[in-house]
Write a protein that binds this ligand. Structure first.
Ligand code: FAD
Length: 430
């Protein structure tokens, strides 16, 4: 059986952050990095905009400002991003304040989907050059932390420590790992919302601030804004409830031709409390319900129809409300009112109306709302050592799947925090 000092599952930013931090500290360390995909599945290869300001992406249960900023500084030093210029947005910030909303000031970089892919390839090649063993297209199926062994679909490995960072799409695997290793977990929040697609000239703030983050009352926020060469896409989820799709958005780098459109998500965070069902199950049920109404596809509705309380039909996408063609045309024209829970819809709609006052024009009748956009996070582990995300001896759980991050830079920082913990636990400090 091959032995590694550290096995890292997932080549997303959490896994990469841990691998580079470990190799920086101990260059000869034997590290295996295993990923079931050829390229990491998350935001590094989709749009890849990176936020370098607290608290964006950092769940406050796990991070305080001082710790997050200490790690962010290290992440920024490593990634050396081109921070985008943010022109004066005081007018928007002032309008937001008057409505009880807030515009966060964030330092951002944007690589685009093509730029992100190039970055992953470069980083994985660099890890190989530095002696690590990346293995892409290999799936880990089980882990026994006490015995220090794991099985993949190809082999068995033994390890000194393991980091499981399988991202959001890997959360059922993470739950299996937690169950098999006696790691207790608690329910996590879910984000439920819509993706808004509109003409870029109706959301001109994006020319001054690439991904403007507005916080609204009732735990509603804008999220993941894309412009210039922006597209709405769908992600497949497959679980006990069957197959369902969540929408998302991305943009190509500035080298690609612009399409004149922008998109962003408006999300509401929902935390369920005892004795209600798990947030993850709730999210899956909402996803399944949307598929039922959309005939197996997400639903899209023009704002003009939504305001009138009538479903959109195909001709809303070619007829009088036609202003631009939706970029995710495979969605079913329908009625969000039937699919989105009333309390969620009310909060989202109030936030959209406020945003329309802050940036007038976003609620033009042609604007498209896509549903569902759902972000699930694995049930949160109860960590043995919260400082290093150690969940059991030699077993570390981090990144979006474990709920220690909600974005690329925080996931990278989580991986670095794990690396520091592994160095302590295995006594690897020089
Ligand atoms: C479409 C999309 C766009 C996004 N855009 C952005 C953005 O622009 N900016 C931003 O900050 N955040 C973005 N995000 C969020 C961002 O991707 C995550 O915060 C970040 O990638 C989380 O990092 P991670 O390392 O925890 O997991 P991931 O990046 O998801 O990586 C997990 C990896 O684990 C692998 N894996 C899972 N299970 C197994 C297994 N059993 N065996 C082997 N490998 C396994 C997966 O294949 C995957 O490559 C986006 C997410 C998505 C889905």
């Amino acid at each position: 059986m091959e032995h590694y000092d550290v096995v890292i599952i997932g080549t997303g930013p959490a896994g990469l952050g841990a691998a580079f931090a470990l190799l920086d500290a101990r260059p000869g360390l034997r590290i295996a990095l295993i990923d079931r995909n050829q390229y990491s599945s998350g935001g590094l290869r989709n749009d890849c905009k990176m936020n370098f300001s607290w608290p964006v992406g950092f769940p406050e249960d796990d991070w305080d400002k001082a710790v997050a900023e200490r790690y962010l500084e290290r992440v920024e030093r490593f990634l050396a991003p081109n921070i985008l210029e943010r022109k004066s947005v005081d007018m928007y910030a002032h309008r937001a304040e008057r409505l009880g909303a807030r515009l966060l000031e964030i330092r951002q970089a944007h690589l685009g989907t093509d730029g992100g892919l190039a970055l992953i390839k470069r980083l994985v090649a660099e890890l190989s050059d530095r002696g690590a063993s990346p293995s892409l297209g290999e799936t880990v199926v089980s882990i026994h932390a006490e015995r220090g062994v794991m099985a993949t679909d190809k082999r068995e490995l033994s390890f000194g420590a393991a980091l499981v960072a399988p991202g959001r799409a890997g959360f059922s695997f993470l739950q299996d790992v937690m169950r098999a290793n006696g790691v207790a977990f608690v329910d996590n929040v879910v984000d439920v919302g819509v993706r808004v697609e509109l003409r870029e000239d109706r959301y001109p703030i994006v020319h001054d601030y690439y991904d403007p983050k507005f916080l609204f009352p009732k735990k509603v926020r804008t999220f993941c804004t894309n412009s210039r060469a922006a597209h709405v896409v769908q992600e497949k989820y497959e679980d006990d409830a069957g197959v369902w799709y969540s929408v998302n958005g991305h943009a190509w780098s500035a080298d690609r031709p612009a399409n004149g459109l922008a998109n962003f998500a408006m999300l509401k965070t929902i935390a369920l409390t005892e004795p209600l069902a798990s947030g993850q199950d709730y999210a899956r049920a909402l996803g399944a319900q949307a598929m039922l109404l959309g005939g197996g596809h997400p639903i899209m509705q023009r704002i003009g129809d939504f305001r009138l309380g009538k479903r959109s039909t195909r001709d809303a996408f070619t007829g009088d409300l036609y202003d631009f063609a939706p970029t995710l045309a495979s969605c079913t024209p329908g009625d969000l009112g039937l699919a989105v829970p009333a309390k969620v819809m009310r909060a989202l709609w109030n936030a959209l109306k406020s945003l329309d006052t802050i940036v007038p024009g976003i609620l033009h009748p042609s604007t498209v709302l896509y549903y569902p956009e759902i972000k699930t996070y694995a049930n949160k582990p109860v960590f043995l050592d919260p400082a290093s995300f150690r969940a059991a001896p030699r077993l570390y759980l981090a990144g979006d799947g474990a709920g220690t991050s909600r974005g690329i830079t925080a996931a990278w920082a989580s991986g670095m925090r794990v690396a520091d913990g592994i160095m302590d636990e295995l006594g690897l400090h020089p």
